[in-house]
Structure formats: structure tokens, C-alpha cells
Write a protein that binds this ligand. Structure first.
Ligand code: B12
Ligand code: SF4
Length: 554
């Protein structure tokens, strides 16, 4: 077994490669480590999971293997979200010299099974395993693979094939989310209707001790930049804009705004070219503070995912920040805020946990992710806990992800209580602040009112685009939420009612008309969805098979 070994494959760039994600189904308990609480859905898994039929549901492709496929010249198939049978079929109907498997830690059981299947069905293939699963100490003894790749995979695969590992990175055109569903309705998938994913870098130099993405790509002070400059990024975005007909980008960079020079150059180019783009980004609070609100708005920042760790914690990103004010300010400028709060930090106790969750909920973000403080293999925190003998034995890796129970001995909170607090946090945020869709509508209206007459036409155009949804379908959704939320919290229902009135004041004709026409249909689909969910309905992503540089084997 070799880790990150440097020798090249004998077939070089002629090697035939299969890159696969782990097999489904995902959202049900099974012997390979699937868990019903761990669906392949970003929001429903870890953000809106307590919001019932109002939960935002969508799937995201496995971008790591799509990036690798796009950046090698060998014939390569990407098999995303296969079934176990589908994976077996692909192995037996095509000849592959290399089978690459991408996985995160929770799916180690599936990787083990997939390696076993490759050995049985395609014994001549070299098996390469990459992604976060590679960070498990001793992983080489748990799975039967030839190469286990830690860290950045494009350069590794290029090296393995004897290609130039420093060649520029070509970004694939990636539609960010698919099969979006809310209130029991699956939204139509029209070209350009969903944002494109852009991945400017992997890793994060901030190096928080629990952070798995930072640790995996080098830790504190390190990260891997695919696009160093704003100019490079602009060119990539222009190409993808025209390929996918999008104006909206999901920027998958752990701390996009941290790199101010790059972001400001991007803004300059956007202004010169009159681009009215909209960007969803991840950023820490102190990185956001490097910009004025106007700069953020001009840059098209419309959604920001930001860590909101307790002000008492020691993570540097919040020092000196008034998070509450920042969140309010961002929302007043039409920027949706997705807060992320860690439950079970070292200073948390049974006595202060409720209060800490209440203050997180007080921030009134549009979306709120809660996550248990979790020592994940590969991180400094894991190392520390291991040294202190605090890791719990016998916790299956399939359950080490922060959405279930602690995997370590906390000084003051038990394993069972960790789950209770976590579940309660999600519920409390929903109960006190209402569905995220309603909160987004609030932010959109504030943004529209502030910027509808802005001198920069790019800015006006963006808010006009967004408000079209608010004045039509979203207003019908508000009507439904107002009705349905009476059962949960009357005062929130009244707030939703007020917002709907405001929207209707702003757009008297369209908004009322759509609420009257579409509202009852949405109410019906919402209630039908509620029943389906109660009877255990879950959702699975479709399978994708995409070939590049492909020639049939002779
Ligand atoms: C998109 C995403 C998802 C998508 C699904 C993606 C998919 N199709 O699997 C959704 C939203 C559904 C999801 C779900 C979950 N996710 Co997620 N997700 C991400 C996210 C935000 C982006 C991943 C990404 O594309 N990054 C960009 C690409 C380029 O990087 P990459 O995937 O790491 O790939 C690079 C290398 O790892 C390597 N590589 C990857 N695969 C391979 C394969 C080979 C052969 C080789 C050689 C190299 C290689 O090369 C790539 C290029 O350098 C990451 C956070 C992040 N910033 O990465 C979390 C992350 C991967 N998710 C994580 C977790 C824990 C989960 C969940 C368990 C939810 C939860 N409780 O948090 C579930 C699991 C669902 C399931 N049943 O499997 C963790 C993984 C932690 C770990 N150490 O294992 C991450 C790192 C978030 C975090 N910081 O905690 N996730
Ligand atoms: S700022 Fe966020 S992404 Fe960066 S290391 Fe800390 S937790 Fe990770």
C-alpha cells in the first residue's frame, strides 16, 4: 500500500479511468454506513432539516471527481451516485486500468465494499482512493486500495498519468444544485435557472483546530489556489456564464472574501464588462469586515455562509466582531445570511447550552446550520482528543459527522444530551424565526427597497431579477407559510402576514394575483408533502455517467 506515491501508471495518459462517488442509497440505514439522517442533500441534511415541507431540498454533484476528469487527457468516465449494482455493471461492461473512488470519512464502509468489488470484477485495475476519507489514520489497513491520496487530487492524478501537474486548471461547467424541491414542488430545471459552481481554491489558511477542509489541504497558513487572480477568475466565470447561461454563481471557496485583492480585481472586471452577477460565498466575519457593504453589493454578494461561533469561544474569525450587527446589516443590504453555529464547544455546559443556542437564534439569520463540535480524523482537534484519551471507542465512522451525537467525551455534556441539544437548536430556530424561505423573502425585500434606484445598472438589474420571484411565486409561498405557521407560532405567522402585505404594497397587482392563483395549489402540495414526510419519504439523487476523451476499448 502506498500513500501519495510518485511513480506513474504504465499506460500513462492512455490509461482508461473510472472515477466514482460512493454508491447509494444514502438516506436510509444500511450495513455499508448509509444513515437516514445523512441524506445527500445539503440543506435538508444540516440546515433546514427541522423545517418539514418548508425545508429546501436539492442535490449537489461530486465536484472533486468532475474537476479531476476535466483536467486530465486520459479517457475517463465519471460515475456519480451509482447504485451498487450500477457500479458493478460499469466495471464489467468497460475495461478500466484505474478505478478512482472519491469519498468522505462517513462513507468508509462503502469504499471498503467498492474496493472489494473492483478486486473481484476488474482485478487488473489499479485502485486509487481520494477525498477526505484518506485522512483516517490507518485507512490503508481498512481498505484494499493501491494508492490512497491525501489532499489535492488533480495534481496527483496528473503526476500519476505522467502529465504536467502545473498546467492551468480548466474549470468544468457545473450546475450547482439539482432537483430542487420545496413545499412539495419540484422546481423546473431550466437552463440558466440554477447557479453554476465555481471552485477557486481548496482548503483555508485560517486553520481552526476542528476544521477538516483546512487540515486536509495543509492546515494553518496553507491552501491550494486554482485561480490566483481576479482576472483568471473573471475569465472562468465568463466562459461558464456563456456555457450554462447563468448569472448566478455558487463560489465554493472556504473563505472567498479573505482574498481581497482577487475579489476587488474581479469586481473591477465585472464593472468594466457590465456584469450583473450574483455570488453566493463562504466567508468568515472578519473577512467580510474588510469590505464596505457597497463593495459587497457591487460584487454581487447575495448570500453568505458565515461561522457564528459563540462570542466566548477562542476562534479568531469573530474577535472584536459584533455578529448581531453584522448579520442585521448584511440582511438590510439584501444579502442573505446563512449562519453556522457549533453546539458543544469546550466551554458549553448543560447550564449555558440553552442560552447559547438562544443567542444564536437571536441573530435571525436567513438560514442556520448547527453542527456538533466534532473531532474529525485528520484535524488538530482529533489529535488533541486522541492524546487526552477522550475519543469514544466503538463510534462507527459513519456516525462521525456532527449531525448525530458526540464522538468524544465532553467535559460537561453527555453523548445523549449532545443530540438533544442539537435537535432542539434546529427546532428552536425554526419555531422562533419561521421558515428560511420567509426570512429570505424579508432580506430580498429589504435589498430591493434599498437598491432599486441605485445608480449602477448592474446592481439594479440584479435586485430586479431577484425581486421578480418575490413578487410572484414567493408571495404565494408567503400566503401558505402564514396559514401553516399558525399551528407552530402565531406571532411568526403574523410577521409573515405583515411581510406579505408589504410585498403586495410594493407590487399590488402581480403579487396579489399570484397569491390568489398559486397559493391554494401550493397549500395543497405543502400538506401532501407533510404527509409524505410523516410516512417516511426520503429523496435520492439520480445517477450520472459522463465520459470524456472517450474511445471504446479495442
Ligand atoms: C458539496 C458538499 C456536499 C454535498 C454532496 C457532495 C457529494 N456529491 O458527495 C452534500 C451537500 C450532499 C454533502 C453532504 C455531506 N457532507 Co459534504 N461537503 C460538500 C462540500 C461543501 C464541498 C465538496 C467539494 O466539492 N469541494 C471541492 C472539491 C474540489 O474538493 P474535494 O471534494 O475535497 O476534492 C478534492 C480532493 O479531496 C481530491 N479528491 C476527491 N475525490 C478524489 C478521488 C480521487 C480518486 C482522487 C485521486 C482525489 C480525490 O481531489 C479533489 C481536487 O483537489 C465540502 C466542504 C468543502 N469545502 O470541500 C463538504 C464536506 C466534504 N462534507 C462533509 C460532510 C461531513 C458531509 C455530511 C456527512 C453532512 C454533514 N453532517 O456535515 C454529508 C454526507 C452525505 C452522505 N450521505 O454521504 C465534510 C467531510 C468531512 C470529512 N472529513 O469526511 C466536508 C469536508 C465539510 C466539512 N468541513 O465538514 N456534502
Ligand atoms: S475559517 Fe472556516 S473554513 Fe477556515 S479554517 Fe476556520 S472553520 Fe475552516
Amino acid at each position: 500500500m502506498k500513500l501519495n506515491q510518485m511513480e506513474t501508471h504504465p499506460e500513462g495518459s492512455d490509461a482508461r479511468i473510472l472515477l466514482s462517488s460512493v454508491f447509494g442509497p444514502y438516506a436510509q440505514d444500511d450495513e455499508f454506513g448509509s444513515r437516514s439522517i445523512n441524506p445527500m442533500e445539503l440543506y435538508h441534511n444540516q440546515v433546514t432539516r427541522a423545517q418539514g415541507s418548508f425545508s429546501l431540498r436539492m442535490f449537489h454533484r461530486s465536484w472533486g471527481i468532475m474537476m479531476i476528469q476535466e483536467n486530465i487527457s486520459a479517457p475517463c468516465s465519471v460515475l456519480d451516485f451509482p447504485t451498487r449494482e450500477g457500479f458493478a455493471r460499469e466495471l464489467t461492461t468497460n475495461h478500466y486500468d484505474i478505478v478512482g473512488i472519491s469519498s468522505i470519512i462517513v462513507n468508509i464502509g462503502k469504499v471498503r465494499e467498492m474496493c472489494r468489488m473492483v478486486r473481484e470484477l476488474s482485478p487488473a485495475s489499479a485502485i486509487v482512493v481520494g477525498g477526505h476519507v484518506a485522512a483516517i489514520p490507518g485507512v490503508e489497513t481498512m481498505i484494499d486500495a493501491d494508492h490512497i491520496v491525501r489532499g489535492e487530487g488533480i495534481s496527483w492524478m496528473r503526476r500519476y498519468l505522467g502529465e504536467d501537474e502545473n498546467a492551468p486548471i480548466r474549470h468544468p461547467a457545473i450546475v450547482s444544485g439539482l432537483e430542487t424541491r420545496i413545499m412539495g414542488v419540484r422546481l423546473p430545471q431550466r437552463k440558466g435557472g440554477t447557479a453554476a459552481t465555481i471552485i477557486p481554491s481548496v482548503g483555508c489558511p485560517m486553520g481552526c483546530n476542528f476544521c477538516t477542509t483546512s487540515a486536509f489541504f495543509g492546515g494553518k497558513g496553507k491552501f491550494v489556489n486554482f485561480y490566483e487572480t481576479g482576472d483568471e477568475l473573471f475569465e472562468v466565470m465568463c466562459r461558464i456564464e456563456s456555457e450554462l447561461k447563468v448569472q448566478s454563481f455558487f463560489v465554493m471557496d472556504e473563505n472567498f472574501l479573505l482574498h481581497r485583492t482577487r475579489a476587488m480585481r474581479l469586481l473591477e472586471r465585472m464593472k468594466q464588462a457590465g456584469k450583473s452577477w450574483e455570488l453566493s460565498v463562504f466567508a468568515s466575519a472578519n473577512a467580510i469586515r474588510k469590505y464596505t457593504m457597497l463593495e459587497l453589493v457591487e460584487l454581487g454578494i447575495s448570500w453568505v455562509w458565515m461561522g457564528l461561533e459563540s462570542p466566548q469561544s477562542s476562534y479568531s474569525k469573530l474577535q472584536g466582531e459584533d455578529v448581531s450587527r453584522l448579520t442585521r446589516e448584511l440582511r438590510e443590504h439584501g444579502i442573505r445570511v446563512q449562519g453556522s453555529t457549533i453546539v458543544g464547544l469546550e466551554h458549553h455546559t448543560r447550564d449555558n447550552m440553552v442560552e447559547e443556542i438562544e443567542s444564536a437564534v437571536d441573530y435571525q439569520t436567513d438560514f442556520h446550520q448547527f453542527m456538533l463540535y466534532t473531532p474529525v480524523p485528520g484535524t488538530p482537534l482529533y489529535q488533541e482528543m486522541a492524546e487526552q484519551g477522550r475519543l469514544l471507542p466503538d463510534v462507527d465512522f459513519a456516525d462521525v459527522h456532527g449531525q448525530y451525537k458526540f464522538n468524544f467525551r465532553h467535559a460537561a455534556i453527555s453523548r445523549e444530551d449532545s443530540k438533544r441539544f442539537l435537535d432542539w437548536a434546529f427546532w428552536r430556530d425554526f419555531e422562533r424565526n419561521g421558515p428560511s424561505l420567509y426570512r429570505m423573502c424579508q432580506t430580498m425585500l429589504q435589498g430591493w427597497r434599498r437598491y432599486k434606484d441605485h445608480p449602477d445598472p448592474r446592481v439594479r438589474e440584479r435586485f430586479e431579477r431577484e425581486v421578480k420571484k418575490l413578487s410572484s411565486a414567493y408571495n404565494a409561498a408567503l400566503w401558505v407559510m402564514e396559514k401553516e405557521f399558525k399551528k407552530v407560532n402565531r406571532s411568526v405567522s403574523e410577521r409573515i402576514h405583515k411581510l406579505r402585505r408589504e410585498v403586495e404594497k410594493e407590487f399590488p397587482f402581480v403579487a396579489r394575483l399570484t397569491a390568489a392563483a398559486l397559493g391554494p395549489i401550493l397549500l395543497w402540495s405543502t400538506r401532501r408533502e407533510e404527509k409524505r414526510l410523516a410516512s417516511g419519504r426520503t429523496y435520492e439523487p439520480p445517477t450520472f455517467l459522463e465520459r470524456r476523451n472517450w474511445v471504446s476499448a479495442s
